[in-house]
Design a protein around this ligand. Sequence first.
Ligand code: ADP
Ligand code: ASP
Ligand code: MG
Length: 242
Amino acid sequence: MARLIMKFGGTSLADTERIRAAAQTIARAASDGHQVVAVLSAQGHMTDELVQKAEQIHPAFPPRELDMLLSVGEQISVSLCAAALVGLHCPAVSLTGWQAGLLTDSRHTQAEVLTLCSDRIERELAQGKVVLVAGFQGMDAAQDITTLGRGGSDTTAVALAVLLGARRCVIYTDVDGVFTADPRTHPEAEKLDYLTYDQMLALAAAGAQVLHERCVRLAKAHGLSIEVRSAFHAVPGTIVGP
Ligand code: ADP
Ligand code: ASP
Ligand code: MG
C-alpha cells in the first residue's frame, strides 16, 4: 500500500469549513488506498497570536516555555481534523510530535529533527487509521517540547516522509503552487510546473516562505520530490525535485 504524507498549512485550516475540506481531501486519499500520514499547522494566525501573548507576559519569554506555548496551535488542528475524519467514517488518530516519536535537538524555537521512533505511527497505520501529526513540534532528550522554527510544519512533513519511507509528500497550501514570485504581490508571476531543489532554495533565500528552507534541504539530501499544490482547487501544482 503506497504511503503518502500530506501537509496542510494554517490558511488551509483557518475555520471549520476548511478543516472539513482538508478532512475530505485526506479521506479521499485514504479511500484511494493510500496509507496516509497528514501533518497539520496551527489554524490561521494562531501562532502569531500566541507569540503576541508571550510578548505581553514577558519580553524575554524563556524559550522552553515559548515552545510549550507555541506547540498548542497544532494540537488543536489535529484533534479537530481527526474528529472530522471520524465523522466521515474514516478511522483516524491525532498525535502530538512527541507521541509520534519525533526527536529533536534542544535548540528551543529552532530545533532540528534528529530521528523518529516510528513504532506508534506504524502501529496506527497497521490498524488502518489515518495518522494526523501535529506539525512544527518535537521532543528533546530531556523530554521537553521543542519547535522547529516558524513555518516548520513543512519540515515535519518532509522529515516524516524520509523517516517513514514514503515516496510522496504533498504540501497543500493557499496558492496553486510555486510561482516565479509571490503571486499575492506580483499578479504577473507565473506558476512553475517543476523546479529543482536549488532553484527552490534560491527562492526561499529571497524570502518566498511557500516552503520552509530547511525542508527543501532535507528533501534534497534524500532525493525526495515535494509536490506543492492548492488546498482549495484541484489543479496540478508544482514539483520540487532533483
Ligand atoms: P502555509 O500556511 O500553507 O504554510 P505559507 O504562508 O507558509 O503557507 O506559504 C504560502 C504563501 O507563500 C502564499 O500565500 C504566498 O503569498 C507566499 N509566497 C511567497 N513567494 C511565493 C512564491 N514564489 N510562490 C508561491 N507562493 C509564494
Ligand atoms: N504554526 C507554525 C507557524 O505559524 C508552523 C507552521 O505553520 O508551519 O510558524
Ligand atoms: Mg508555511
